[in-house]
Design a protein around this ligand. Sequence first.
Ligand code: HEC
Ligand SMILES: [Cu+2]
Length: 209
Amino acid sequence: MTGEMWWWRVAYLDGRGREAIQDANEIHIPAGRPVTLELEAADVIHSLWIPRLSGKVDMIPGRRNLMRIQADAPGVYPAQCAEFCGGPHALMGLVVVAHEPAAFDAWRAARERPAPPEPSGGAQAFLAAGCGACHTVRGTPANGLAGPDLTHVGSRRTLGAGILPNHQGTLAAWIADSQAIKPGNRMPAYPVLGGGEVRAIATWLESLK
Ligand code: HEC
Ligand SMILES: [Cu+2]
């Protein structure tokens, strides 16, 4: 996984070391098994700290550090960036979700064969507003890489890298003015979008499980 200003890019590698699943701001692991995280940084030094599972390990541009974790029980383990990285550093969190091993295997298999999202007015508004320049939604023309992958954003527990619960209301608030919620983050505010468009986009993103 890669620390970015101010969120986390997450990829799951297959047996050959290729990136099989892209995600953001959430790590899914099987409980009761050791897991190795490969830590990198895209811009400045970040540090991953999962207080109940590990000490702090730096994420350094151009280097790959390894962190070994094991969650003894299924559950949600909060984590955060533990190295001051400027701007909204204090709002750079994430969650580790530990599943029963069989449930983890099912989660992983489902993620590896993504169903293309349903076209909708929200999808059209998302593309028309230019969101796809920075965000990928697999199965649509949106293939930007500057921001978190949104292919399964509706299934995430949080928004804005661990700072808001994820539901339609918080999605709409984030889309309309993320700068009011997380000042200085790298997504522009969208004062030009009407309330109807924002709601349509939020409804569509929420449906992307
Ligand atoms: C210039 C690039 C850029 C554009 C354009 C952009 N975003 Fe973002 N977006 C980001 C970045 C960067 C983040 C991560 C912000 C953070 O947490 O620090 C983000 C975060 C998000 C998140 C939260 C994801 C999560 O898991 O926390 C959503 C939802 C989102 N954007 C939707 C949109 C929508 C809808 C549009 C179009 C109206 C849009 N974005 C346009 C860069 C962009
Ligand atoms: Cu950081």
